[in-house]
Design a protein around this ligand. Structure first.
Ligand code: ADE
Length: 235
């Protein structure tokens, strides 16, 4: 899978994506992630990415043309691949162009599974007050929010989406695969329950915080029951 991020802050991604399992997955070739500087797709001397809103009002609006140009170039990968395989010149298969916006459809695990099946994801990260609406109307295939709160840009939503999608890709989680396998339901969902490790007792704010007795009992049936009772299943 190829993930292309369009942003005016590509550095935000460089550090995060060079860490831990995401970095390993990239080294293994499971996925390739690249953050592109939106200013590189401008044509003027000042590399202008924003302008005043038509009709007046406060703040600045991200311009459509640099984003359009970025998408045209980033989709090239997909076009050449399709040309070779299917001879269809402009048909782009298995790719999504996602615009992050608090106005969008709420991101969930089902969406992560759907995105994990794609060959290419292009993420558009907004900044400033707004993005020219033609990005949402004429360019994006999906408009997605990560929750009912307003962030200053789409960079954190993009990272949230990358993490949730990357861990679903075959071969991405390496050694922890077996561990996660135990927590998969027969419907393919993820079972999340409370976990503890040593020590059995620890003093926190003057009180003894203990591991639930059942987990120390060695009684696997009872442990399963307790876990089922305290689980949240994310499908
Ligand atoms: N941009 C700003 N807030 C956002 C949110 N909650 N989800 C997605 N993109 C955003």
């Amino acid at each position: 899978m190829k993930v292309d991020i369009i942003t005016i802050f590509p550095e935000i991604f460089d550090f995060y994506l060079s860490q831990s399992l995401i970095s390993k997955a990239q080294k293994k070739g499971v996925l390739k992630i690249k953050a592109h500087q939106l200013r590189d797709f401008t044509t003027d001397k000042h590399q202008t990415v924003d302008d005043k809103p038509f009709g007046g009002g406060r703040g600045m609006v991200l311009k459509v043309e640099p984003i359009l140009k970025a998408i045209q170039l980033l989709e090239k990968f997909q076009e050449t691949r399709n040309k070779k395989q299917t001879n269809s010149k402009f048909k782009i298969k298995n790719s999504k162009i996602i615009l992050f916006s608090p106005r969008g459809k709420k991101f969930n695990q089902k969406m992560a599974h759907d995105w994990a099946k794609q060959d290419q994801l292009i993420f558009i990260c907004g900044r400033y007050e707004a993005i020219d609406e033609r990005v949402a109307k004429n360019l994006a295939t999906d408009i997605v929010s990560i929750g009912d709160y307003v962030l200053m840009g789409g960079e954190l939503p993009a990272l949230v989406a990358i993490e949730s999608v990357a861990r679903l890709l075959p071969g991405a989680v390496g050694n922890s695969e077996a561990l996660i396998g135990e927590r998969i339901t027969n419907k393919g969902g993820f079972v999340e329950y409370p976990q503890y490790t040593r020590p059995e007792v620890v003093e926190i704010k003057g009180k003894k915080a203990r591991v639930p007795k059942v987990l120390l009992s060695g009684n696997h049936k009872e442990i399963e029951k307790w876990r089922a009772k305290n689980s949240k299943i994310i499908l």
